[in-house]
Design a protein around this ligand. Structure first.
Ligand code: NAD
Length: 309
């Protein structure tokens, strides 16, 4: 049940972690195309029967061809590493800001709706938590700035050109297919280390908080965004629940089939202390309701049944 039927849709970044789950949800009932340069995505994550074009979103000819006849674009393609963005801010600006502008411009020619992937990184270190969409946007990395540019372009294209755009500000997404390692998600990294019996290394004191949202709930948010009348604005997508990184490590070590050591190292430079979503707007306006609690999502990730409390 997707709520979206018989449409021609383009998923940029559809071979990536989030994009591939969205493609899975859309493919049965819609004509789905993917544009992805496979910089971090994987061809093997694309289901058969889906039209796949390996290209950069900055390749205007490829983008225009992929956009031809499209009703809805889910724009997820992005360069996604905060650390890498510090090393190459120009590349992040090109892919995330200029690339989103290119997607919006191509969509405008088709009058296609665009659902834009934004990020909690647009808030930087928020003054108050949980953050509402009205919180000042003061990103603390080139990645965050580039996502904020994309976020603003989507709103301005709605206001200026009447294009139907919806922006989703994701908090910490986790689930199957997420990459582990330096540039991957903390859940995937901890899960991978736990499976291999390696210590879970917490950067800082472990008291930093995050809002971990399961990828299936992010898919749900995208499907709601594809049909809502409330376009031209940004919505926080998380769970409204917060977990410390220390609690996450403890939960994951419980799911490992052996005792896993938890160790501490220096905090990551520029790491945000508290990140927590107020999801009232998405709940009230889009009808978004997170369905997967963290312990259930982790249990599924480890192929186990939820722990009995
Ligand atoms: P991902 O790296 O798995 O997916 C990004 C996809 O975009 C990859 O398949 C990659 O190959 C593709 N891509 C990158 N640059 C491209 C380019 N120039 N042209 C074409 N394709 C390109 O990451 P993800 O976690 O699935 O992220 C999806 C979106 O969600 C991104 O826009 C990201 O900024 C946003 N987001 C993710 C999270 C999270 O916790 N995972 C949080 C906030 C926002």
């Amino acid at each position: 049940m997707t709520g979206l039927y018989g449409r021609t849709v383009l998923v940029t970044g559809g071979a990536g972690f989030v994009g591939s789950h969205l493609v899975d949800a859309l493919a049965e009932d819609n004509n789905v195309r993917i544009l992805d340069d496979l910089s971090t995505g994987r061809r093997g994550q694309v289901p058969s029967g889906v039209r796949f074009r390996e290209a950069d979103i900055l390749d205007t000819a490829a983008l225009d061809a992929a956009m031809d006849g499209v009703d809805v674009v889910f724009h997820l393609a992005a360069a996604v590493s905060v650390a890498e963005s510090i090393a190459m801010p120009d590349r992040y600006h090109a892919v995330n800001a200029t690339g989103t502008l290119a997607v919006l411009e191509a969509a405008r020619r088709q009058d296609a709706r665009v659902v834009v992937a934004s990020s909690a990184a647009v808030y930087g270190a928020p003054e108050t938590v949980p953050v509402t969409e009205a919180e000042p946007t003061t990103p603390s990395s080139p990645y965050g700035v580039s996502k904020l540019a994309a976020d603003h372009y989507a709103r301005v294209y709605a206001d200026t050109y009447g294009l139907e755009t919806v922006t989703l500000r994701y908090f910490n997404i986790y689930g199957p297919r997420q990459r582990a390692g330096a540039d991957g998600g903390v859940v995937a990294t901890f899960a991978d280390r736990a499976r291999h019996g390696k210590p879970l290394v917490i950067e800082g004191d472990g008291e930093q908080t995050r809002d971990f949202v399961h990828v299936s709930d992010v898919v749900q948010a995208n499907l709601l965004a594809a049909t809502t009348d409330a376009t031209g604005r940004a919505y926080n997508i998380g769970t409204g629940e917060t977990t410390t990184v220390g609690e996450l490590a403890a939960l994951i070590s419980d799911y490992a089939d052996r005792r896993v050591e938890i160790t501490y190292t220096d905090p990551r430079p520029g790491d945000i202390r508290h990140s927590s979503a107020d999801i009232s707007l998405a709940r009230d306006v889009l009808g978004y309701e997170p369905t997967v609690a963290l312990d259930e999502g982790l249990a599924a990730l480890f192929g186990a049944t939820a722990m009995e409390q």
